[in-house]
Design a protein around this ligand. Structure first.
Ligand SMILES: [Zn+2]
Length: 214
């Protein structure tokens, strides 16, 4: 009596401002026809897949008060940089200057051998926060989408992993050049995004929210 009604939504909002975990979602590559465009398979472009999966992931994270999210490409036509190198530099600058807490770069793979398939996640080094985050993301992708598990791989030469100042992972969703994988890449873009989200939650030991679209 006499007290203002306690408002849990405002409370969550306040916590969010202080504690929200900042996720930078990097949709690998630039639009078709520009520098740093991606690979192609079965007439499907990598940059289109990565754009959409990144946007789904951003929408899911935005709906969860525990996260703040930014993406590298805000529209399908946005071009970052004027060359391969400057495009990667720009993506890292955007994440480092925020600064993000985690960096998730999304790609789709290609191989001259059409039999090669599966998902893999690249990190800068083993026994790092990024490595364990990568393990969680990869196992959730394999579980939800059904791709082959190619494991977490170390690649210390990838620019976005080397120059980001926060734990960074580069997710190769599946192979554009494989007949089975291309179906997943075209039809299961939301599932890939949701799997990355759940992998992130599992890594952070956070429960899934009941009312979030799954
Ligand atoms: Zn790529």
């Amino acid at each position: 009596m006499g007290y203002p009604a306690y408002n849990s939504i405002d409370y969550n909002r306040k916590r969010c401002d202080i504690l929200a975990i900042k996720i930078f979602v990097d949709q690998g590559h630039n639009p078709t026809g520009s520098p740093n465009a991606g690979a192609e398979g079965f007439g499907v472009r990598e940059e289109d897949i990565t754009y959409h999966v990144g946007m789904y992931l951003a929408a899911i994270l935005e709906a969860d008060y525990r996260f703040e999210v930014r993406v590298s490409r805000n529209t399908p036509t946005e071009v970052l940089g004027t060359s391969n190198a400057s495009s990667l530099i720009r993506r890292v600058e955007l994440a480092n200057s925020w600064p993000a807490d985690y960096f998730i770069s999304i790609h789709a793979n290609a191989n001259t051998n059409p039999a090669i398939n599966g998902s893999e996640v690249y990190v800068y080094r083993t026994e790092s926060e990024a490595f364990y985050l990568a393990e969680h993301i990869l196992s959730e992708i394999v579980r939800r989408v059904g791709t082959k598990n190619n494991g977490v791989r170390v690649n210390s030469s990838l620019y976005v992993l080397r120059r980001t100042t926060m734990p960074a992972v580069l997710v190769e969703l599946a192979y554009l050049t494989n007949e089975g994988d291309i179906q997943y890449l075209v039809e299961d873009q939301y599932q890939f995004a949701y799997a990355i989200y759940v992998g992130l939650l599992n890594y952070l030991n956070l429960p899934q929210l009941e009312n979030l679209f799954g």
